[in-house]
Ligand binder design. Structure first.
Ligand code: BDR
Ligand code: CA
Length: 311
């Protein structure tokens, strides 16, 4: 089992990604760190606890990390994910006292203590950049780093060119790309926009199981309405679970190596500049994924979440 820290900002699709990670026997989730993004970090941490409770994995520790981006003011996505970050279901009953402090320190300690830990980042890269700034050497022990974020040959979802996670904290995103001593596996909008959870699929999963399916149905309702109103899409794009699935099965996506820089100011703030033609003659610092087998993803996602489903 591969050890992994999930750094996230739950968030509806983060919640689905957490469920996938917790339900996959290939992964040993050693901790969940939360930063502000879709919702403020403390709210996100509560949502992570809710998912742990649902998956009966409350032994996994949840750490709250950075509550504001490095330089920009925090802009959340509560219009997309709901006031509470989970589709305005306003779930009760999670014990906030279970939230640990100092996610950044947890990341550094874990990298130094455990052998071969990977990080899957599903939100803005504020916690990661802060950890790198404090102790870059610790990242020498990091195994792999997957980041859901950025966009290469597709329009953004916050501006014509910027994807949300990198747009919320562009300084952290760029710092991470420039300093991480590993190539970042970028799971950007080019691939995640192809992953759509449709009402049909939701109806289908309700025939497989009750507990998880009910939760998924509840939290995605708001998200589905948002997609219909904003984009005329029937169903919701679920970005984050693809990053987890790709960590489990590398054949899901195909890409190429390139150098990447994230724009930190001006009209293109948050844009990931992928130098696919090698104009700048820099060493590649990322693997840019550009194609995905969406059917294979969905089959993996359903198999992991719903025991007995064979694909
Ligand atoms: C990313 O932004 C968030 O709203 C989602 O959780 C995902 O991580 C997609 O741009
Ligand atoms: Ca997210």
């Amino acid at each position: 089992r591969r050890k992994v820290i999930i750094d996230c900002d739950p968030g509806i699709d983060d919640a689905l990604a957490l469920m996938l990670a917790l339900k996959s026997e290939e992964l040993d989730v050693v901790g969940i760190t939360v930063c502000s993004g879709n919702v403020p970090a403390r709210m996100g941490a509560k949502n992570a606890l809710k998912v742990l409770e649902l998956c009966e994995k409350t032994q996994v520790p949840v750490y709250v990390g950075e509550e504001v981006p490095l330089e920009r003011e925090l802009v959340t996505a509560q219009d997309t994910h709901g006031e509470d970050g989970l589709g305005e279901m306003f779930y009760k009953g999670v014990e906030e006292s279970f939230i640990h402090e100092d996610g950044v320190q947890f990341i550094l300690d874990t990298l130094r203590k455990e052998e071969k830990v990977s990080i899957i980042a599903l939100g803005p890269l504020t916690n990661i950049a802060k950890a790198l700034m404090q102790d870059e050497e610790a990242f020498g022990y990091l195994d792999e780093f997957i980041s859901m974020g950025g966009a290469y040959r597709i329009h953004g979802n916050c501006s014509p060119v910027a994807e949300f996670n990198y747009w919320v904290d562009p300084h952290a995103a760029d710092y991470t790309y420039q300093h991480l001593p590993r190539k970042i596996h970028m799971i950007g909008l080019d691939v995640t926009r192809k992953i759509v959870l449709t009402p049909n699929l939701i109806e289908f999963i309700n025939r497989l199981d009750e507990k998880l399916a009910t939760f998924i149905t509840e939290i995605t309702r708001f998200y589905i309405d948002f997609h219909w109103q904003q984009e005329g899409i029937i169903g919701c794009v679920i970005n984050d679970p693809l990053a987890v699935a790709y960590f489990i099965d590398r054949n899901l996506c195909q890409g190429f190596e390139s150098s990447v820089e994230v724009v930190t100011e001006g009209i293109a703030v948050g844009q990931s500049i992928v130098d696919s033609e090698n104009f700048y003659k820099r060493q590649p610092n990322a693997i840019i994924n550009v194609s995905v087998d969406e059917k294979q993803f969905m089959s993996l996602f359903l198999k992991k979440l719903f025991v007995g489903y064979e694909g």
